[in-house]
Design a protein around this ligand. Structure first.
Ligand code: SAM
Length: 224
């Protein structure tokens, strides 16, 4: 899969070079590149933002540099993603769908966001999504893109060494995952639940399913 990120802070994507996604990039399972829209400006200050029409606080990202950046990257097989707190909620189902695509382009907003005509323009070129990572506001689209890229990339075959670990995860079956434990069996007066030491796999499966239901009811009643 090819992933491009259009951003005025490309260094913020350096964390993708770590761990499993870093290995996938090294092994060419994922081709990842950033593109700074400032390179498509023509003024001496390389301006990418301007004041909002209609007034209001803050600055808005100008359409021309972002439009030119998109022109240089996108073809009709691309999916263009605008991280935005006003977007549709990004979830595991969306991650699964995007993991099957050939080319993703993330367009990172800063300041008060991006001139909405860039989203309209993008949608004339390729499938375009506005996606939110949650009901809160962060300063820019870079970290939101990193979150989505990590969630998507780990679903690409070969990225996670043991693909079984993707099967029993939170949000795979509409519930959150059961709690996990490792050695030692007793720590600081706290014991691992006995059933997990029993070797009885039918009982362990039953216990884990009940834990999933209890944990989902407690932490995410909206999923029940
Ligand atoms: N004024 C915008 C609003 O209220 O909807 C928020 C702009 S925010 C300060 C700047 C950029 O951060 C956005 O354009 C977007 O790229 C990114 N961003 C902030 N919160 C986000 C979220 N929850 N999900 C995805 N992207 C987010």
């Amino acid at each position: 899969m090819k992933i491009d990120a259009i951003s005025v802070f490309p260094e913020m994507f350096d964390s993708l070079n770590q761990s499993l996604i870093g290995k996938a990039i090294e092994n060419e399972l994922i081709e990842f590149q950033t593109l700074n829209p400032r390179q498509f400006t023509s003024d001496v200050h390389k301006t990418v933002d301007d004041s909002p029409y209609g007034g209001g606080a803050g600055m808005v990202m100008k359409p021309e540099p972002l439009g030119k950046a998109l022109d240089s990257l996108v073809d009709s097989d691309s999916v263009i993603i605008f991280p935005s707190p006003a977007g549709k909620l990004f979830d595991q189902a969306t991650a699964k769908d995007l993991a099957t695509r050939q080319h993703l382009v993330f367009v990172c907003g800063r300041y008060e966001g991006i001139d909405q005509r860039v989203v309209e323009y993008a949608s004339t070129k390729a499938e375009t999504l506005e996606l939110s990572i949650g009901d809160y506001v962060i300063n820019g689209g870079e970290m939101a893109s990193v979150v989505m890229i990590e969630a998507i990339s780990r679903l690409i075959p070969g990225v996670i060494g043991n693909s079984d670990s993707l099967i029993e995860e939170s949000h795979e079956d509409g519930l959150v995952e059961y709690p996990s434990y490792t050695k030692p069996a007793s720590w600081n007066g706290l014991d691992v639940p006995e059933v997990l030491l029993s070797g009885n796999h039918a009982e362990i499966d039953k216990w884990r399913k009940l834990q999933q239901i209890d944990r989902t009811k407690k932490n995410r009643p909206d999923l029940i």
